[in-house]
Design a binder for this molecule. Structure first.
Ligand SMILES: [Zn+2]
Length: 275
């Protein structure tokens, strides 16, 4: 019996490019899925690592970072006064957020309108920020916001995933030597760090609670951000790394209403803080 060649056999080779095209598509989907999955997994791991890294390791990293900023800072009456205010705020933090901490301000006499939280329990306050501040209440709000970043461990998140994984590894192995090189990369990462809108909102909420705890009312809570919203974004460093001041002001006003906080008089800046 003659073998009958099924119709369409000849076309088999013609189907090849079609199926390899389909395979390529599947491969691409698997590849993209793998990349997205890996990024997701890393972010989950880093989120867990953040809460696991003990303050003692953070302080060791801080010891490698802080001297860079100490060299820029100016010890004197301004820094002392800022630290007095910070001590009062620190005492109002919940006990678990104060444990094993020793927050201190480094006052940096540069015309940059900015403040920041860095590993090693240090809050940076720049002279440019004091120049733009008109009451003690505004300043307390900014410092409270920075304490909020510490409470949520955003100052570690700002280092980026790669550095954090190295830091966790160092914490596991107890290899203090590598913290020095980590410190150098951290300084570079800190200067580029950007926080998300939700991190900023949470820090603002802590700032508002501390402002209320300090004065028994929240007068001045939005003044600084309100004033900044009327300025050129490019001239204000703080705005490069923070959400628009308008959205912060709106959110803070909402929060003040929700919590039923009172709004009272503002305390003038003491002479050491007037710049
Ligand atoms: Zn912030």
């Amino acid at each position: 019996m003659p073998i009958e060649i099924p119709s369409g056999t000849a076309a088999h080779s013609d189907r090849n490019p079609e199926s390899s095209g389909f395979d390529l598509f599947k491969l691409a989907v698997i590849g993209i899925g793998f990349v997205i999955g890996t990024i997701w997994l890393i972010s989950v791991i880093v989120h867990l690592i953040i809460w696991w890294i003990p303050p003692s390791v953070e302080q060791k990293l801080g010891a490698a970072i802080v001297p860079t900023y100490e060299r820029m800072a100016e010890a004197g009456t301004t820094q002392e006064k800022l630290n007095q205010l910070l001590d009062q705020l620190e005492a109002k933090l919940p006990a678990d957020k104060r444990k094993d901490r020793n927050y201190q301000v480094l006052y940096i006499p540069q015309p940059i309108v900015n403040a920041g939280a860095i590993p090693g329990d240090r809050i940076l306050i720049y002279q440019g920020l004091l120049n733009q501040t008109e009451s003690e209440n505004e300043l307390v709000m900014v410092m409270g916001h920075e304490l909020g970043h510490f409470a949520n461990r955003d100052h570690l998140r700002g280092l980026g995933n790669a550095l954090l994984i190295q830091l966790a590894f160092t914490a596991l192995t107890g290899d203090g030597g590598s913290l020095v090189s980590l410190g150098a990369s951290s300084v570079a990462a800190i200067s580029r760090a950007q926080f998300s809108q939700s991190q900023e909102t949470q820090a603002d909420e802590v700032g508002l609670q501390l402002l209320n705890a300090q004065y028994g009312q929240v007068g001045g809570a939005v003044d600084f951000f309100d004033r900044m919203s009327k300025k050129d974004r490019k001239q204000i460093d703080l705005l490069a790394t923070h959400p628009t001041p308008k959205s912060r002001v709106d959110h803070l006003r909402q929060l003040i209403q929700q919590k039923g906080y009172a709004i009272g008089p503002k305390t003038p800046l003491s002479s050491e803080l007037r710049k």
